[in-house]
Structure formats: C-alpha cells, structure tokens
Design a protein around this ligand. Structure first.
Ligand code: ADP
Ligand code: MG
Length: 329
C-alpha cells in the first residue's frame, strides 16, 4: 500500500507534462490554448454501482473514465489539450496496487492515444464507493464549435461507427436481464467497457457538420437534445441505423430498444446539409470511421422513426417521453 496520498499520486498519476505546460505537483496546472483558439471544457462523474460495476476491470475503467470525457470534446469538434482527475477511493481500493496500476494504465493509454495529458487532480478517501471525476480541456478555432443548436431543416442526420445497441445489450447480459443471448457477451462487452471516443472525426467535421452530440444516453434521447436546442424535428429510417454486428440477426423486437434507446454508445450523432454528403463521407474515410446517413431534419417538431416498410413506429423506447407531442399524436 502506498505510504500516503502523495506517494499514490507520485506513483500512478505524476508524469512530466508537455514542455509548454505545468502539470502535477503545484497548486494549479498551467496551460493555454494555441493563439486564436477557444477553450472547450467538460466534466463527467463516474460512480461505482451507478456508472460502472464494482468488478469492472480497472484498466477498462481507467480507459472509460477518460474516454467518456474525450467523447464530449469530440462532440464539439475540439482537439484535446489536457485533463484533471478527481478520485475518491475507499481504503480497500487504495491498498490494492494492482487495481490502481490497472486504472492508471488504462487512463494513460487513452491520454496518450488522444494527446490529452493528465495535468492535475485531487485524491481523497471515500467511506463508501469509488468515485471518479474527470475534467477535460480542449481547443478549437473560435466560433467553429459543433453546437447542439445548429441543426437546420433539410439537414441529413448521421451517426458514426457501427455500435448502436452493443453497450446496452452487454450491460443487460452482465446484469442477467437477458440470458438467451449471453453467448454474444464477448463480442458486445468491449463496446460497454472500452468505448472509442470519436475525437478525430469531431475535428474533421468542423466546418462541415452543423449540430453534433455524442450518444451517451441513447440515440433518440440525445438527438432529441439537438432537436430541442435547434427548434426542429427529425425523421429517422430504422433500416439505415448502424446496428452492432452481433445484434443484426436478432429479432427486431428484441434489439430495437437497445438500438434506439440504449446508452453508453459514445459515437457522434450529427447533422449536415445535403450538399455536404460527399465531404462527410470523406471526413469519415480520412479518420477511418464509418459514417451512416440515418434520416432528415424537419421543420415540424417531433421525432419519428420509420421501419423498413416505411411505417412509422407507434411506440418509441423510454426516455423519449418529453418529446412526446409528436408521437402521442
Ligand atoms: P492541494 O492540496 O493544493 O489540493 P494536492 O496535495 O491535493 O494539492 O495535490 C498535489 C498535486 O497532485 C497537485 O498538483 C494536484 O493537481 C495533483 N493531484 C492530486 N490528485 C491527483 C490525481 N488523482 N491525478 C492527478 N494529479 C493529482
Ligand atoms: Mg487536493
């Protein structure tokens, strides 16, 4: 067990900061966005038992703690600059070097992969569960952020990746809510535990996409935030949704709630004008991420989903009720 809080920080979280920054070791970190760039900042809190299961692999947990924050930067089109880590640990965890080393390894691997050095934080004892708070900072040219309020009627709606439904089904299997497809767990689990934030895609979409959001609470719910902020509606085509491959052959009724409503996706949902289709596809190709056109932004409010036969789904997954005017009609 490390002798003290300071040993723990030194051992697992202190590394030399990039040359133009002051990192772990003083009262504040010091860094600045490149000239002409705006700062983007975001915080996410992860609580044991609520956001992750207690027996989650610590390396995957370290990865996910930073990945979900990087996903917020991606959704704005921001390039990561650095991050801060707040950690509350029960004594039992602080005394498990393997757990801490695994967590730090997963965290640093994400930090290195996306150029987002850990520059500071806070460490304290918790009487109950592990709690992890990560703050990320990014930079983007002033005025070029991909904001939620920028969708326009006539825009296409796009989704990155091919992982819709995967994390939600993995969680359902791990929690014993879905046993008949448990053989798929090995295929689905990485989507839940090691999401890949679409940082490069977000940056590539600056100047091309209009509105953008990362899917953390479910496709419909998160697209709903864009619609509310932009005061418009959308029509989606179920047959065009990029469903995670292990789910593609499942009965529609079984996979539909996970695909439309399942959270923890960490792909980007964005809108872009129809004349930018080619540029969107190119941006996806440049960064090696699939992008799928899944629908259309409409001037009329409300969100509808058409099935493969062109029939409107009469019932949409839970969590979507506050946009209910339209589908209640
Ligand atoms: P203070 O008392 O000013 O809050 P601390 O003693 O808590 O400072 O932290 C000492 C240094 O270690 C600071 O630079 C702080 O940013 C850093 N630090 C503390 N906890 C973490 C952590 N979990 N990850 C990264 N840096 C940390
Ligand atoms: Mg402190």
């Amino acid at each position: 067990m490390p002798a003290s809080e300071f040993d723990l920080i030194d051992r697992y979280f202190k590394r030399d900061a990039p040359a133009n920054m002051l990192g772990v070791g003083d009262d504040c970190a010091l860094f600045a966005p490149p000239p002409g760039m705006q700062l983007a900042a975001s915080t996410d809190l992860l609580l044991e038992g609520r956001h992750f299961l207690s027996d989650m692999d610590p390396c995957a947990l370290g990865h996910k703690a930073l990945a979900v924050n990087l996903s917020d930067l991606a959704a704005m089109g921001a390039q990561p600059l650095g991050c801060l880590l707040g950690l509350a640990l029960p004594a039992a965890r602080a005394g498990q070097p393997n757990w801490l080393a695994g967590f730090a390894r997963g965290f640093w691997a994400q930090a290195d992969a996306h150029g987002c050095p850990l520059l500071g934080g806070d460490t304290t004892r918790s009487d109950t569960a592990v709690s992890i708070s990560v703050t990320v900072f990014g930079a983007l040219p002033a005025g070029q952020a991909l904001r939620r309020d920028a969708a326009r009627p006539g825009d296409d709606v796009w989704v990155s990746g091919r992982t819709l439904g995967a994390a939600d089904m993995a969680l359902a299997i791990l929690q014993g809510r879905c046993t008949d497809n448990s053989a798929c767990l090995a295929l689905l689990r990485p989507a839940l535990e090691r999401p890949e934030p679409q940082v490069a895609l977000g940056v590539a979409l600056r100047g091309i996409a209009h509105a953008c959001i990362d899917i953390s609470d479910g496709l419909l719910q998160d697209l709903g935030h864009i619609l509310a902020a932009s005061a418009c509606g959308a029509r989606l085509y179920e047959a065009d949704l990029p469903v995670a491959p292990p789910l593609a052959n499942w009965p529609l009724e079984q996979r539909r709630p996970a695909v439309l409503g399942g959270g923890d996706v960490y792909q980007l949902c964005f809108t872009a004008p129809a004349h930018a289709r080619q540029r969107v596809l190119q941006a996806g190709e440049e960064v090696g991420t699939e992008v799928s056109r899944i629908g259309l932004i409409t001037a009329e409010p409300g969100l509808s989903v058409l099935d493969a036969q062109g029939q409107r789904l009469p019932f949409l997954p839970r969590g979507f009720d506050h946009f209910g005017d339209d589908h209640a009609a």
